[in-house]
Ligand binder design. Structure first.
Ligand code: CA
Length: 456
């Protein structure tokens, strides 16, 4: 056919197709989730629970709590056994968000000048959302220290804890109601997280979704469907409900086609609130109910400088990238996430301040079994290097976390052979005590501060 009009139409169709292809090409070339080498930057989903024991899940050895979805997550990813959050709530959150030990990032009082990984990911083109418990603005609506000002495009959740059985919500910077129904919080936060993925997400951008549950922080409760169902009592009901709703979130990720390129990180902020000074005073809980988690084989719990204070469960999944069905006994810490995200998501870490975390990409990808860290600093109290842990004679811990069974002497433990910290070897190994004290002194809070190499 040699009709000039048809030729013109044909030509304009070619031109239109060319323009469309060029536009798509430009989108592919410049879309924020593309990086050099056509490698796609991962989405990041952090599921962060509160006061959960390191052995509360089936895959971590719980004989009572049924957690099939998190057990499945462990089969699809790597489960860490030497994972450190921090000893208590606000400090743990500022450390997670900034990659800096709490004495630098200031815990509940985290100042506006702190730089979170949400800010860095946001600047690098990520869409960012925080759902749940914030707890680093002194539990107050201080606008420049709330999630929107600290890198999150969207926030729904609470600024504080739920010790009184009341949770007040904010949506972004505005008050958004309150509830006394603690048993509904896990479902409610999960719904908001799924809502973000399915309705608020910008498909042109990779995302960071930080879902910080209020459970299992007292006052705990489960919804009617889960109540009195677990062999682990009310606490077990809450854990099982958390497992169920986490499953819903993971299902949503899959249904939206996002699961393959999303790093899912599950962990908790500190150990279980299981000390007699606290559990004997069961405020707001039914008679005889158990409302604390298990850190089986580890000494003490939340707030303590013994291992159950800061050790947390941690499972990380990234299909095809992070080895599936693996257990890692290497030391990893929440402070390492910011530098690791910097590598994976291609942003630069701040150079005007000390970042205590270290890039653990090679450990996560299974390319380096030992990881980039063999040390951990126990806020104000001690220092670990490899299997050895040193504690000062005087412990600086909250009142509920004081261990009444200890003498005020320096302590040294071999965590490999004595994970429950029952055999003080300080007198037998004075040279190791000296070495760890020296490392502790180098790390301890100073006005100027020095960054200690994570491997010493
Ligand atoms: Ca906590």
């Amino acid at each position: 056919m040699n009709n000039p009009r048809t030729n013109t139409m044909y030509g304009s169709r070619i031109m239109r197709t060319f323009c469309q292809l060029t536009a798509i090409g430009l989108i592919i070339l410049f879309a924020p989730d593309r990086i050099q080498g056509n490698e796609t930057r991962p989405n990041i989903l952090i599921i962060f629970t509160d006061d959960q024991g390191v052995s509360d899940l089936g895959c971590y050895g719980s004989p009572t709590n049924l957690t099939p979805r998190l057990d499945q997550l462990a089969k699809e990813g790597t489960r860490f056994t030497q994972f450190y959050a921090q000893h208590v709530c606000g400090p743990s959150r500022s450390a997670l968000l900034t990659g800096r030990y709490p004495f630098r990032s200031k815990g509940w009082g985290m100042p506006a000048s702190e730089i979170t990984f949400a800010e860095l990911l946001n600047q690098a083109g990520y869409q960012t959302a925080c759902v749940g418990k914030w707890d680093v603005s002194n539990r107050k609506p201080v606008i420049d220290r709330m999630p929107n000002a600290q890198g999150f495009d969207y926030f729904f959740g609470t600024l504080g804890a739920n010790d009184s059985g009341l949770v007040r919500f904010h949506e972004n910077n505005e008050p958004a109601g309150q509830t006394r129904d603690m048993g509904n919080l896990t479902e409610q936060y999960t719904d908001k997280a799924i809502d973000f993925l399915s309705k608020r997400r910008d498909p042109q951008k990779p995302f960071l979704l930080y879902l910080a549950h209020t459970m299992m922080h007292t006052i705990i409760d489960a919804s009617p469907k889960f109540k009195n169902q677990s062999a682990g009592g009310l606490y077990g009901d809450v854990v099982e409900e958390f497992d169920f709703h986490t499953g819903r979130l993971l299902d949503a990720l899959k249904e939206l086609g996002l699961d393959e390129n999303t790093i899912v990180i599950y962990t908790s902020d500190n150990g279980p609130w299981n000390q007699p000074a606290y559990t004997n005073n069961k405020k707001g809980h039914p008679e005889d109910s158990i409302f604390w988690g298990e850190s089986k084989g580890l000494r003490d719990g939340k707030g303590s400088c013994y291992e159950a204070g800061s050790r947390a469960p941690c499972i990380i999944r990234w299909p095809g990238k992070i080895p599936a069905n693996q257990i890692s006994n290497s030391i990893l810490a929440t402070i390492d996430f910011l530098p690791t995200f910097a590598n994976l998501s291609k942003f630069s870490i701040p150079t005007d301040r000390i970042i205590d975390g270290v890039d653990q990409t090679q450990l996560l990808l299974g390319k380096n079994k030992t990881g980039a860290r063999d040390t951990f600093y126990y806020q104000g109290n001690g220092f670990r290097k490899g299997k050895w842990k040193y504690l000062k004679a005087k412990h600086d811990v909250p009142g509920y976390a004081k261990d009444r069974n200890r003498e005020p002497v320096e302590e040294l433990y071999d965590l490999e052979n004595d994970p429950s910290e029952s055999n003080n070897l300080a007198a037998q190994h004075p040279e190791i005590v000296l070495q760890l004290k020296s490392l502790l002194t180098k790390t301890e809070p100073k006005k100027t501060g020095t960054k200690l190499s994570p491997k010493q």
